[in-house]
Write a protein that binds this ligand. Structure first.
Ligand SMILES: Nc1ncnc2c1ncn2[C@@H]1O[C@H](COP(=O)(O)OP(=O)(O)OP(=O)(O)O)[C@@H](O)[C@H]1O
Length: 237
């Protein structure tokens, strides 16, 4: 297996203040990794550091992504939910980093954006204003946008927040299909432990003092899992 991300002895934090110490983990090609942990433990900090938005306090992060980069689906803010653009324009913005100073999108970029909307089952919504879409439809548009930026690694920060259970289930199913059928690696921050255990291959559990990284079956035997699962060893799987 080839690693697309390797963290070696990484201290995560801000301005020299360490939040997660000596993190060692790898994301293999086509892996599905769920990142869990209590509020404020450092999950988003980890994601931002992987994306290069925050510098690690120390240690090394090696990214071996061929061609395209990382596709990112951030936590949505109220302002983003009211974004005044069409669904297609939002998807196309996934090409912004490669467009650089070019003032237009190419035909190829437009057809790829439409293909992503089709893949996610909402091609008919391309002209609809983003703020008029349901929460589930908005997440699909953002997923299509992230897929324009990558064919190797999708990073998602709590993507089902605010969705009803049906829409959340559909989004999880889509992610599982993208992972299985297209071989796209998934790294997802989630508060949904039962889904993480069902869909992921590996778990990264971040705590204030330490972390766990390993397969789901190893995790279910760990003390980290017992703590997360309220003391029960076999409650969820
Ligand atoms: N820009 C920043 N500068 C300094 N400290 C920060 C910054 N962003 C977050 N922190 C601190 O880092 C710690 C980890 O925050 P982070 O957002 O990574 O946690 P989280 O696990 O994603 O939490 P949640 O589940 O609530 O989203 C918190 O104590 C937070 O206050």
């Amino acid at each position: 297996m080839t690693s697309i991300i390797t963290c070696s002895h990484v201290d995560l934090g801000y301005d020299g203040h360490v939040i997660v110490k000596d993190l060692n983990m790898k994301i293999e090609q086509g892996a599905y990794v769920s990142v869990i942990g209590q509020n404020g433990s450092g999950k988003s900090t980890f994601i931002k550091t992987l994306l290069g938005l925050v510098r690690p306090v120390s240690g090394k992060i090696q990214r071996s992504l061929s061609g395209k980069g990382i596709g990112y689906l951030p936590q949505q803010t109220e302002m983003q939910k009211n974004f005044p653009a069409t669904a297609l324009e939002v998807v196309l913005s996934g090409f912004l980093s490669r467009k650089q100073r070019r003032p237009f999108y190419t035909k190829k970029e437009k057809s790829t954006a439409m293909e992503q909307l089709e893949k996610l089952g909402i091609p008919e919504l391309f002209k609809t204003c983003y703020r008029e879409l349901s929460g589930g439809q908005q997440q699909r548009v953002l997923l299509a946008r992230a897929l324009c930026a990558t064919d190797q690694l999708l990073v998602l920060d709590e993507p089902v927040t605010g969705l009803d259970p049906g829409a959340a289930k559909e989004l999880y199913l889509l992610l599982k299909e993208l992972n299985k059928n297209e071989g796209i690696a998934i790294l997802m921050v989630s508060h949904d432990l039962s889904n993480a255990l069902k869909d992921a291959d590996e778990i990264l559990h971040i705590r204030h003092e330490d972390y766990f990284f390993g397969s789901v079956s190893e995790y279910c035997r760990s003390e980290h899992f017992r703590e997360m699962n309220g003391g029960a060893v076999h409650g969820i799987v």
